[in-house]
Design a protein around this ligand. Sequence first.
Ligand SMILES: Nc1ncnc2c1ncn2[C@@H]1O[C@H](COP(=O)(O)OP(=O)(O)OP(=O)(O)O)[C@@H](O)[C@H]1O
Length: 732
Amino acid sequence: MYERLDELRARTELRLSDAQLQDRSGFAALVERETRTFEHARERARLGAVEEGLCFGRIDLVHDDGPEARYIGRIGLRDADYETILVDWRAPAARPFYAATPGDPNGVTRRRHLRVRRRRVTGLDDEVFDLDGLGDADRRQLVGEAALLAALGGGRTGRMGDIVATIQTEQDRVIRARLDGVLVVQGGPGTGKTVAALHRAAYLLYTHRDVLERRGVLVVGPNPAFLRYIGDVLPSLGETDAVLRTVGDLFPGVSATRHDPYRVAALKGDTRVTALVRAAVRDRQRTPREAFGSDDLLVEADAGVLTVPGEACERIVRTARGLRLGHNVARKYAVNALLAELARAEAALLGRALPEEDVRYVGERLWAEDPVRDALDALWPLLSPRRLLRELFADAEALARVGGQAGYSPAEAALLHRPADGGAADWTVEDVPLLDEAAELLGRDDSGRRARERRAAAERAEEERYAQGVLEFTGLFEDGMMSAADLAERHRDRGPGLTTAERAGGDREWTYGHVIVDEAQELSPMAWRTVMRRVPTRSLTVVGDLAQTGSAAGAASWTGVLEPYAPGKVHVERLRVNYRTPAPIMAVAADVLRAAAPDEEPLESVREDGAPPRAVPLPAGLAGLAGLVAAERAEIGEGKVAVITADARIGAVRAALPGAAGARDLEHDVVALTATESKGLEFDAVVVVDPDALLAAPRGANDLYVALTRATRRLAVAHTGPLPPVLSRLAS
Ligand SMILES: Nc1ncnc2c1ncn2[C@@H]1O[C@H](COP(=O)(O)OP(=O)(O)OP(=O)(O)O)[C@@H](O)[C@H]1O
């Protein structure tokens, strides 16, 4: 297989250099060269990514016409005679490797896991499915237990790795689920939700390449550190068409990482805020009375003071609003109509006749005068989403007025007040969905572009055919959400030479072929609106754990959140086995889970071994912490230690551990994190500091649960005060 891989690599190199050397001139030749170069470079990257663990498994099957040995690997390979020598793990033929269980062997008589290092087989584990010889008690459901335990036992590196060789049956079901509809993967900590979702992305890109390659897959994660943590998985599976983003950077040009305080976040996360944004836009469409406190519009133009009667202005504002277009699009009408009135006023002032056909021309001339422009901008300004919200939040009076119109109490509206520093750092993660909402309401005056697009009708017809295909393929016909024509328009290619991920990342209106949302319990209803706009076909994988919800406006029920967007298309799968945390640590976490979410079933841990978790009193305060962390580090040898505490204590903990890194540097040996920052991550040893401070926060039991379940080997709970009763198991 490696020989064949080397041949393919050499061939790809050759094709790549041929493509680059091709020197025919002309536009078509240029495009062809770019396309070929791109394709071959991609193939080179794909072949380059599979060196380690090219082939990791084999299944023996019995057919009517004899036995078959099938090899499973990171990619599919055929020999020179076109015979399959290696089956891609994502192909249907590989499925029995993951799906065979003693109870349901799928025709497999033996499954073999191969361990290969530097092109040499260094070990193998066999499972023989001798159906007659098995009692129920032996029918453990783990696939390739020895290989799995070996993979789980290795020290952590600060980066997540792929698991193609040891995917478990329940995870395989998630990975290979259908593309259409909303698949929710609910599972406790360490059940492999994240890793399974990423393998699902790779599976979908492989199986539905025609649809997904062009539109790309969006992966939404909770914070930048998490995205870095998972960032290697898809490239190691040979995939480059995925875009990784936090909610804070879904709006191009803004990259928010800071969160609002709890109560503000709750307000901004609730869909009531859409009424506020709507009212804020409307508030900027003013009559002269609202803008200047005078009945009529008075403008000091070059010719003298021009007067437009208040009624005429009100009629124009009313009509422009009635157009039901975006604010910036309707502005064109409002400004033109007001200019026409001003042109007539000027003619009247100068005692001249103004033929109707000259009105437009005179209006354009007036538009060049600053006082005219200023006056019209005060009535109906051109607004960007950022300007709208920045000015709203900075203006306490406007907030109270607009808030009142949207049904907010004065106290609620006042919570949103924020002085404008003008810097980009002002934006919080919770502002991003509001910016997106504002962008939808404001719209863009893109009539020029539209006219050009109309001329490109032939091209568009092709796009529409494709879009129709997408809608049909994903089982979502024109149901009023979005027509094929709309979809096609949003999908217009933005020129050659960029990867799908690059094109998608900078375009707010880009719609993806599939969206994966991780730690999805943290998303507010407003964040969901923002995500859903990016996937009108509603093809999503939603991954999370309701028991780990920590954010102010996070989810309480999956169907409650998702059904309104995809009625009848939400399907929930549960993962029940914990691969990360050893059983003794999970027992401690289970006590906390009972307090946080009494209805959740505790998980079964794959790993029963491990050092007993312990409570360590720190009578002299955090001064004792450095010694404890050093001891934990010595215990784990190669590996990572995380010190996790409440927001309120993180400053003190960092001061006590000057050598520890933060969330930006997960590859460091010791990191100090808040519970929120630790979401989705894992470490060989975890030291939870001052659990009572964690419990004191809103949704504090969830935070403590998250912190305890980050450990893969060792757990210590250090406390400067008394140990909370929920952790009494540690005291015994
Ligand atoms: N089939 C598997 N083979 C090998 N390792 C696995 C497998 N499934 C999960 N793991 C490992 O278990 C750990 C936990 O996985 P992951 O982070 O995806 O869990 P999670 O459900 O997202 O957890 P959390 O809810 O706490 O974020 C990871 O190290 C992952 O690589």
